[in-house]
Design a protein around this ligand. Sequence first.
Ligand SMILES: CNc1ncnc2c1ncn2[C@@H]1O[C@H](COP(=O)(O)O)[C@@H](O)[C@H]1O
Ligand SMILES: [Zn+2]
Length: 356
Amino acid sequence: MSLNTKLDEFCRKLPKVELHAHLNGSISEATLSKLIERKLKDFPDGVELAVAQRTINKGQRRTLDECFAMFRIIHPLTDTAETIYMVTCDVIRDFAEDNVKYLELRSTPRHVPATGMTKETYVRAILKAIEDCKESMDIIVKFMLAIDMRNTLEGADETVELANKLKDCSNGVVVGVDFSGDPKAGDARSFIPVFQKAQSYGLKLALHLAEVPERNEETLEVLKLIPGRVGHGTFLLPEDGGNQELVDVMVQNKIPLELCLTSNIKGQTVAAYDNHHFKKWYDIGHPISVCTDDKGVFSTTLSEEYSILAQTFELSQEKLWDISYKSIDLIFADEKTKAYLRGVWEKERENVFKLS
Ligand SMILES: CNc1ncnc2c1ncn2[C@@H]1O[C@H](COP(=O)(O)O)[C@@H](O)[C@H]1O
Ligand SMILES: [Zn+2]
């Protein structure tokens, strides 16, 4: 993508909403280096980690499998509640510095017996970080507990119960449940009972669906739950291997799509930016939001994603503004928060356009 300073500056100043960010995938290179250094101090023989540091550096394309391999490097670095607290603060700061005004983070609670971290202390560390960042950062942060496709049904149920428990004492911070993980590793249909349970608790569902091809039946059955939002949805359209029935459910129920362009390019589920399904959904006026997915793993920022979008599809600054403003409609927080954010956007508008 060519350098376009004026556009980049506009995208940076644009107030933004980030709705699809996995905590461990969003850790910056600087924070990762900090974590690796710490580990090397504790375990001077940590040769494997020293090698890992190089593999994490800014990457070209990777296969989706290679993307998931990155998490096998990152997860051992974030294996205590203290580290989870620290990386959450760093990730929130990164987004705030990129002018993201509203962020929905998601993360898979992990139990690590060796360090004593439990699923609950994991999530509590994130919630504490969110609370502590409120004081000093101009950003609203909400949280979703993630179910990994490789989880057992019991494990997934435990996550939903934990989400429900913490929802009530989180002051509105816990808004929903995510479903993610290596899309080739499981079948979303087996989790339908836990998704329904989450809905019955008033938790919103953000589900990764149709991220890889040939999942039409599975996707259709899960879409019938009418999730609050769908992540990726790369293979829903008939021309991409999906079908009209899938599109109809999406359109009739106005199920918003979280679109992560660079993630799809680097994971090679989309061949090139200008092939991205953004264009077709955008052209029919379907609700979409632009997201980073894993800004650390994919070496991107939300501003860069807006800039790439504008350059690829020749979108004016007004159109970018509109996409960002309309994303407010898609957040999982309440109407009061939406009204507040609309006020923020209106206040910033003049300042953002003054530049260009
Ligand atoms: C690239 N496309 C993707 N598709 C599906 N799931 C993904 C993903 N990128 C990340 N994750 C999910 O997020 C976890 C890392 O963050 P947390 O440990 O939860 O904070 C990964 O292990 C995977 O389950
Ligand atoms: Zn994702």
